[in-house]
Design a protein around this ligand. Structure first.
Ligand code: GLU
Length: 397
């Protein structure tokens, strides 16, 4: 049997595969430090779970409108008004089965064969494959650690061609944790408006911000960019609701209704119970969010201090999200048991097999010099993991 060229052209999600492997090892009794997946380790807040239980007991268990229930769209509109200072209509909002699904719908609705999508690297693993599945072409623009991994305006200008349809920005970034400032966004927004290209801002981590970093949206910089902007968010990371699969996107009405049409021919509505839970998340008390963010901030600080002690490693201190992306390339070329560690995949395999630490290789994010650590795990595990990491690195010759 020959599978389609389309499916043969993509890889499975590296983050999810590594998580599956870590869970498999754990289930077989192996103690694993999981710095792999980006999934908050906190339980979903109690009042959100209660709302879901109530939805079940109220028999809110049937099809809903494809693009989401009115109550959830209203909650999203209020949230976007307060976060972005911009108002949207219900017809400009799509609720999907997670943020990834919104991006998938968007790619399917927007891209024709060989349409180009500009993606700054390092990028989240799934963007290029979602683009490829829609027939589009990713144009990867590399950024530098010394620029905080942020896209420079001249690089964006250079990458634009008559086929450019979309730019993807992600701040705070997965995998680097970098956050764009207003000054950095201003020239990018100017270019977007000048060339009339669409821009997807993946803001899924915008509530997880550290120290005095200020999260700024392209809509704050220039509200006129709204006609080109697709704004993505969801409840997974902010409310520790990864498994519930609720993401949402705001944007121009015709694009949102095209995405809704695609969704009507694939999943139909997102889970009705999870939608009710998301209403409670957005409308309810936000103190659990503050508690989780302050825990992430402590872990981030600890990681930064420990990594400063690791020989030959450089990194950009994250200002948001729960990832850190250090450069380990000084270890490439070293040997263990006669085997050469040649790249990020070899180093993560070595650390998985020899130190039982799960990490995601930088190659999955478009830069092989780096490894991604997720600190969405407890302080005890982080301390233990960093001890093991240092010991394992010292064993390399
Ligand atoms: N976004 C998270 C990560 O990067 C969850 C897994 C995924 O969908 O990639 O680890």
């Amino acid at each position: 049997m020959e599978l389609s060229k389309r499916v043969q052209s993509v890889k499975p999600s590296a983050t999810l595969s590594i998580n599956a492997r870590a869970k498999e090892l754990k289930a077989s009794g192996v103690e694993i430090i999981n710095f792999g997946v980006g999934e908050p380790d906190f339980p979903t807040p109690h009042h959100i779970k209660e709302a879901a239980i109530k939805a079940i007991n109220d028999n809110f268990t049937r099809y809903t409108p494809v693009g989401g229930i009115a109550e959830l769209k209203d909650a999203i509109i209020r949230q976007f008004e307060s976060d972005y200072g911009v108002s949207y209509e219900p017809g400009e909002i799509l609720v999907s089965c997670g943020g990834k699904h919104c991006i998938y719908n968007l790619a399917q609705a927007l891209l024709d064969d060989d349409d180009e999508v500009i993606i700054p690297a390092p990028y989240w693993v799934s963007y290029p494959d979602i683009i490829r599945l829609a027939g589009g072409r990713s144009v990867i623009v590399h950024t530098k650690e010394e620029d905080g991994f942020k896209l420079r305006p001249e690089k964006l200008e250079e990458a634009i061609t008559p086929r450019t349809k979309l730019l993807i920005l992600n701040s705070p970034s997965n995998p680097t944790g970098s956050v764009y400032t207003r000054g950095e966004l201003e020239p990018l927004v100017e270019i977007i408006v000048k060339h009339r290209i669409y821009v997807l801002t993946d803001d899924i981590y915008n509530k997880i911000i550290f120290d005095d970093a200020d999260w700024v949206s392209i809509l704050h910089v220039n509200p006129d960019v709204k006609e080109y902007a697709l704004i993505l968010n969801g409840v997974s990371k902010t409310y520790s609701m990864t498994g519930w699969r609720i993401g949402y996107m705001a944007g121009p009405g015709p694009i949102i209704s095209a995405c809704t049409k695609i969704q009507s021919q694939s999943t139909s509505n997102p889970n009705s119970i999870a939608q009710m839970a998301a209403v409670a998340a957005l409308n309810g008390p936000q103190d659990d969010v503050e508690r989780m963010v302050s825990a992430f901030a402590k872990r981030r600080q600890y990681f930064v201090e420990r990594l400063e002690q690791v020989k030959f490693v450089t990194f950009y201190p994250p200002q948001g999200a729960f990832y850190i992306f250090p450069n380990f390339s000084a270890y490439y070329g070293k040997k263990y048991n006669g085997q050469i560690i040649a790249n990020s995949l070899d180093l993560t395999s070595y650390l998985m097999e020899e130190a039982r630490i799960a990490l995601v290789p930088g190659s999955a994010f478009g830069d092989d010099r780096y490894l991604r650590f997720s600190f969405a795990t407890s302080m005890t595990i982080i301390e233990k993991g960093m001890d093991k990491l240092e010991a394992a690195l010292n064993r390399l010759l």
